[in-house]
Design a protein around this ligand. Structure first.
Ligand code: 13P
Ligand code: ZN
Ligand code: NA
Length: 283
């Protein structure tokens, strides 16, 4: 009973809020996101990065998700984050994901269109939603780094052409955010974002949202972002809590005595983010 991501994002697009898209790193994260979103009565996008799949297992994460959201009252989508290979996208669809991202943003414009089109054809034929990316987002994401100087902001007219030719359900835009921890303070190009939104009139996605101020996140939502991706902020919240526990008592070895509080920290952070994105009570 997963929902297509498109359903969640269309609602957000029409009512001007954003759905949190949170990266699953282990069972505790998954439990925390669902618990937090349910407490906030918020729609939820759970996502798994292609690069984490060898660690977590594709069938494993899909079945864990199905088991955890069974009997839940909120709409939930399960999304493949930063899919780069056609095979891993097909594998995710087969495993029951309700949405996939094809990230061919480092390819030439025409090749990005071709790859994305191919994914849209297959995914849409079985009711699975598609997110693609135009422009490149800087920073490090699960060990993969794009240097700041190689990052390229999304061109609004190109974006228009891209969505018309591909038929994607959501577009990730590069407007100044970066994956991972920021070196300096991020400077978001809201004017560009606003322009893209007016031209495309469809759900937009903001990647690399960890480390972006609450105010900037709110402004990004105001200008048309409907899906906001967070990973690093949750990893830091979890790890910080676990470190505190080990600092208090280095002899701790019982896994649930430190993963449990780590999970609680992720629940709190989930609720905080949902509040900022304006998606509470939208489920
Ligand atoms: P952060 O780790 O900066 O939150 O980025 C997450 C992301 O964009 C996942 O796709
Ligand atoms: Zn990302
Ligand atoms: Na970030």
């Amino acid at each position: 009973n997963l929902n297509p991501m498109k359903e969640l994002l269309q609602e957000a697009h029409l009512n001007n809020y954003a759905v949190g898209a949170f990266n699953i790193n282990n069972l505790e994260f998954l439990q925390a996101f669902v618990t937090g979103a349910e407490e906030m009565k918020a729609p939820l996008i759970l996502q798994v990065s292609e690069r984490i799949i060898p660690y977590i297992g594709l069938e494993t994460v899909s079945r864990m998700t199905e088991a955890i959201i069974k009997d839940r009252s909120i709409p939930v989508a399960l999304h493949l984050d930063h899919g780069s290979r056609f095979e891993s996208i097909i594998a995710a669809i087969r495993a029951g994901f309700s949405s996939v991202m094809i990230d061919a943003s480092t390819k030439e414009f025409e090749e990005n269109i071709e790859m994305t089109k191919k994914v849209v054809e297959v995914a849409h034929s079985v009711g699975v939603s598609v997110e693609a990316e135009l422009g490149t987002i800087a920073g490090t994401e699960d060990g993969h780094t794009v240097e700041e100087k190689n990052a390229m902001y999304t061109d609004p007219d190109k974006a228009k052409e891209f969505v018309e030719k591909t038929g994607v359900d959501a577009l990730a835009v590069a407007v100044g955010t970066a994956h991972g921890v920021y070196q300096g303070k991020p400077e978001l190009d809201f004017e560009r974002l606003h322009k893209i939104k007016r031209l495309l009139d469809m759900p937009l996605v903001l990647h690399g949202a960890s480390g972006v101020s609450d105010q900037d996140l709110k402004t990004a939502v105001k200008y048309g972002v409907n899906k906001v991706n967070f990973n690093t902020d949750f990893q830091q919240a979890f790890t910080k809590r676990v470190k505190e526990i080990f600092a208090e008592d280095p002899e701790v070895y019982d896994v649930h005595t430190y993963c449990g509080p780590g999970r609680d920290a992720v629940i709190e952070k989930t609720k905080e983010k949902i509040k900022i994105l304006g998606s509470s009570n939208k489920a």
